[in-house]
Design a protein around this ligand. Structure first.
Ligand SMILES: [Zn+2]
Ligand SMILES: [Zn+2]
Length: 253
């Protein structure tokens, strides 16, 4: 009965059919997103066959030690001129090929079976670049409630939650909230992006205790210019966070 009410409530923005297709997709056995081969891996390449996992467009050093952009040298000019509020940002893969396709299929075509493979890619990145850090909480990049209602789910929440399984790090789903409804960043230039997101986020009063003096890892699916992570890191710092790290599945280069 409760489920029925929930379905009814959601119908306007998120049809019953899409909910069913989500459920079916989520229950489907693991298939490698690239070649379609069945995979049973319980090692680090969960959700991918070994061959396709190796061929993913991994981002490897040398990288800017702060923002993680591939560069020759240790720190990029952008970070040198304007030090970001986060300590380190890293992305697992280049936003291209099967990674871009998987992100789009999850986000816009409700392919929830892609949550696990994308989370294992992210997990590999956390292992490579943050294994020596003591992270106190994982915070996903939030969607505005209005956009959440349109889409039905927040892909960053799903990926981040999957990432925390087995890591034994608290997952702070609403560690940061989006308090302003903004135009999608994709449609804007660099300067407009910054203006668009100004004061768009807030740490809710109920979460301040879990943020203050802590080391927070912010999780998102894709980073383009980094404006979103910068704004969130700034918001977390304002709320007293000790150190902020960022990690994303992909990076548009
Ligand atoms: Zn494969
Ligand atoms: Zn940099």
């Amino acid at each position: 009965m409760k489920l029925l009410m929930l379905l009814k409530k959601k119908r306007e923005s998120f049809s019953v059919r899409s909910i069913l297709s989500c459920l079916l997709d989520f229950c489907a056995p693991n298939k490698c997103p690239k070649c379609g081969k069945f995979v049973y891996s319980e090692t680090n390449n969960i959700g991918w066959c070994e061959k396709c996992w190796k061929e993913l467009p991994w981002i490897r050093p040398p990288l800017c030690k702060v923002c993680g952009r591939p560069i020759e040298g240790t720190i990029c000019q952008g970070c040198m001129i304007d030090t970001p509020p986060f300590s380190r940002l890293r992305s697992a893969c280049v936003y291209e090929g099967i990674i871009a396709k998987s992100v789009v299929n999850l986000k816009f075509y409700n392919k929830l079976s892609l949550v696990r493979p994308l989370a294992s890619v992210l997990s590999q990145c956390v292992y490579s670049f943050f294994q020596n850090e003591k992270i106190d909480a994982i915070v996903p990049v939030p969607l505005h409630p209005k956009r959440l209602a349109e889409r039905g789910f927040n892909q960053s929440v799903l990926i981040a939650k999957e990432l925390t399984r087995g890591l034994n790090i608290p997952f702070l789903k609403n560690g940061v909230e989006r308090v302003r409804y903004t135009v999608p960043q994709v449609k804007l230039s660099g300067k407009e992006r910054r203006r668009n997101l100004r004061r768009a986020f807030k740490v809710p009063a109920s979460r301040v205790d879990q943020i203050a003096d802590r080391t927070i890892l912010v999780v998102d699916d894709v980073v383009t210019t980094g404006t979103t992570i910068v704004e969130i890191a700034r918001t977390l710092k304002r709320a007293g966070a000790g150190q902020v790290f960022g990690v994303t599945v992909a990076r548009a280069l």
